[in-house]
Design a protein around this ligand. Structure first.
Ligand SMILES: [Zn+2]
Length: 427
């Protein structure tokens, strides 16, 4: 593959990651701040009223960019074990996401000729939301899922799901049992991996000689362009461009042969990789296209990362000014949704229940609980009709069209929508 981007395909030895602030991939020292969003609690914890007296731990959201390999990253302030072993997020709760997955399974079956003789492995397979579609086509699968409560649901769907964290060691165990894979996939897991090198090495070990890896993750280019700073949270240790992904893959003897740009999660990439020595997977032109877009945005230089902190601050000032103005004018303000990203947004902006009185969410798990840190109460969506707020702040901005459609009734009392990202919108 030809590209003008200087490649970093070596990992520095003797990097002591336990003490210094070093790049999780290449081991270089991290000096350059991408953005410092202050302190925030873990975003997927929703305390109940009974837990108010036990206190909550806040961690820094200080994001660095590695000037050697361009990996954007947070330190691992809280261990992945603690964050992910009793995870509250069940993938199957979103209809549009399930459709996306079903489409993916059909496309992979056709493109790579998968059948009864094939073996598909998903890393961080959650509740079997995706692999169930391969199971229905009688393609043998294995899910690997560290959260026991979630894996149990997958097993009920006929998706074998050992409760494990994935890495080189587990990959060797599987290969030792003769279970090499034709397709290994990871959706929205790469960002959550503390030991990136061990994880990617594991992917390669598990792969048959002509097998394929697909990975989906939010695209750093979109995060910057669309000011999606609230997608930065402690569960996401790393933020990927195609430039830094190529570095990572090549360091482990893998070759990226295709990439697709997806609309999911505010703009994602789906990367296709195979072993370097594979002869069957020809490089597709979209790889060069996305690389060219990233170079145009200067993601191969410091300049591409310099303006982001200012952008975040502008969004904060606009939201806080609006909320203070609404409060002074005696207006009532409610939120809609309690997504993980609302923790980053509201803590960075210093917004509590004095400015947003409550929020609502369709997930029964969250109703009756509170947002972490600021303790904004989470109610059933009916609360909006009952209290008729003047403004509804849409916290999952990526679903704003869907939510505004569902909540058109707030117009009956002159209610208006507020969308805080990318720029404040009051509609
Ligand atoms: Zn690096």
């Amino acid at each position: 593959m030809t590209t003008e981007v200087p490649r970093v395909t070596t990992i520095r030895e003797n990097a002591d990651s336990s003490s210094a602030n070093l790049c999780r991939f290449c081991g270089a020292g991290l000096q350059r701040t991408f953005v410092d969003l202050g302190m925030s609690p873990l975003c997927e914890t929703y305390p109940s009223a009974a837990e108010f007296n036990s206190g909550e731990t806040y961690y820094p959201l200080h994001v660095y960019v590695c000037e050697r390999c361009w990996l954007v990253q947070l330190q691992e302030y809280e261990s992945a074990e603690k964050i992910f072993t009793d995870y509250a997020y069940f993938s199957s709760f979103s209809d549009s996401w399930l459709k996306h997955c079903q489409k993916y399974c059909n496309a992979m079956k056709a493109r790579f000729d998968l059948g009864k003789q094939s073996f598909v492995v998903e890393v961080a397979s959650n509740d079997g939301y995706l692999l169930q579609y391969f199971v229905r086509q009688e393609i043998p699968v294995l899910g690997i899922e560290p959260a026991a409560n979630v894996a149990r649901v997958a097993v009920e769907k006929g998706v074998p799901s050992p409760v494990r964290f994935f890495g080189a060691e587990f990959a060797r165990e599987l290969v030792g049992q003769g279970r090499s894979a034709d397709l290994v996939l990871g959706n929205n897991v790469l960002a959550q991996v503390p030991d990136l090198n061990d994880f990617v090495e594991g992917l390669k070990i598990l792969l048959k000689p002509e097998g394929v890896i697909t990975l989906e993750f939010p695209h750093l280019l979109r995060l910057i362009e669309l000011n999606e700073f609230d997608t930065i949270y402690h569960e996401h240790f790393s933020y990927f461009s195609l430039i830094n992904t190529l570095n990572l893959m090549e360091a482990h003897g893998l070759r990226v042969f295709d990439v697709e740009e997806l609309k999911s999660h505010g703009g994602s990439l789906r990367v296709y990789a195979c072993r370097v020595e594979s002869q069957t997977h020809a490089p597709q032109p979209n790889v060069q296209k996305v690389l060219a877009d990233e170079r145009a945005a200067k993601l191969d230089r410091v300049e591409g990362y310099e303006g982001f902190a200012k952008q975040c601050q502008e969004a904060k000032l606009a939201l806080v000014e609006f909320l203070l103005g609404a409060k002074r004018a005696g207006k009532s303000v409610a939120g809609y949704g309690a997504p993980g990203k609302s923790a980053t947004l509201l803590h960075y902006c210093g917004v509590g229940k004095d400015l947003i009185e409550y929020t609502v969410d369709r997930s029964p798990y969250k109703q009756g609980r509170f947002l972490p840190g600021n303790h904004i109460p989470i109610h059933h969506p009916d609360r909006i009709r009952q209290t008729r707020p003047d403004y509804v702040v849409i916290l999952p901005w990526n679903l704003k069209d869907e939510i505004m459609g569902q909540l058109q009734f707030i117009r009956e009392w002159g209610g208006r929508f507020v969308v805080p990202i990318p720029n404040l919108l009051v509609d």
